[in-house]
Design a protein around this ligand. Sequence first.
Ligand code: FES
Length: 123
Amino acid sequence: MSYHVRIHDRQQDKVYEADIDSDRYILDCLEDQGINLPFSCLNGACTACAMRVKSGQIDQHEVIGLSKTLQDEGYALICSSYALSDLDLETQDEDEVYRLQFGNFFAKQRRRWFQFGIPLDHD
Ligand code: FES
């Protein structure tokens, strides 16, 4: 089955449209059609490929770097997810999803490093 995807690349001020297969990762399908969007790990962990889902349904069961809460709030990591319907997506602000997903964790850890020092092998 295939679905139609519209992507607003806000940083490049471009709109892309493509038909993608439901049994392949969204990002892979887009790249095969010459649509180049941000990515890094390609494992659903780093959030570089995050999109805001303006409409449509996405299967993110393989994603490990985005909480269920953020998925429910309308974010998706398209390198490791599948379309379940036609989609309307837009690129995130730089590091938007990274900060939402990991910001609180690192802020707490940094405080701990200042208190106790960074654990190193030779300590
Ligand atoms: S490229 Fe890292 S989560 Fe998609």
